[in-house]
Design a protein around this ligand. Structure first.
Ligand code: HEM
Length: 174
């Protein structure tokens, strides 16, 4: 996975929990405390999963809590600062979620070895969306956390449920 993801995890942990916690997470994951994750560098998926597992252990929070904190930080702080031009034109929650495939394709088109997830989005009924999350990385909790982050970005109330490893349902209350 691309270094930008872990760079964002590190920024979040340092800002909310302190530099020493991030150093501990890296050390437990077998990495040097001063390692830097460049945006486009490749980080092995196993290293990514170790860092996420150790984040739960060191911070004393669940995977779902890490995933929600990550989703909020990615959308509302990190990507908003670095990748805003890829989604600034999307004026509503639904447009953003329905544009996820194209956002990922455009952000990663110039990055060698990028392997972004794919999303299929369906209208179930008015105000209810179903997302098929297609990836062999099985990060569905993170995908759900990101969808909640998009709800916050538009300042709307959304109920996001993980239905299976590849399915997310969103109820939009506007
Ligand atoms: C609801 C919003 C979003 C969801 C659900 C989502 C989901 C994900 C997930 C789960 C991954 C991990 C890789 C995998 O599962 O295979 C990922 C990777 C990535 N996402 Fe997103 N994402 C969202 C928004 C964004 C936005 C707004 C950007 C940038 C404008 C972005 C850029 C990236 C990049 C650069 C990667 C790394 C790809 C790679 O390693 O090759 N994502 N995304």
């Amino acid at each position: 996975m691309k270094g930008t993801i872990i760079n964002c995890v590190g920024e979040l942990v340092c800002q909310r929990f302190g530099d020493d916690k991030w150093a501990e997470i890296l050390e437990r994951s077998g990495l040097e405390g001063d390692v830097k994750f460049m945006y486009t560098c490749d980080v092995g998926d196993r290293t990514v999963f170790r860092i996420l597992d150790n984040s739960c252990a060191v911070l004393g929070i669940s995977v779902a809590e890490v995933a929600d904190a990550f989703g909020d930080h990615w959308i509302n702080v990190y990507a908003g600062r670095i990748y805003k031009s890829y989604f600034a034109h999307l004026a509503s929650f639904e447009d953003f979620i329905k544009g996820l495939d194209s956002i990922h394709a455009r952000v990663t088109s110039d990055i060698p070895n990028a392997r972004p997830p794919r999303f299929e989005v369906f209208d179930v009924e008015p105000g209810v969306l179903r997302l098929n999350y297609i990836s062999d990385r099985a990060l569905v909790d993170f995908a759900a956390g990101l969808v909640r982050g998009v709800g916050r970005y538009f300042d709307i109330d959304v109920d996001v449920s993980v239905l299976s490893n590849g399915e997310i349902e969103v109820r939009i209350h506007e």
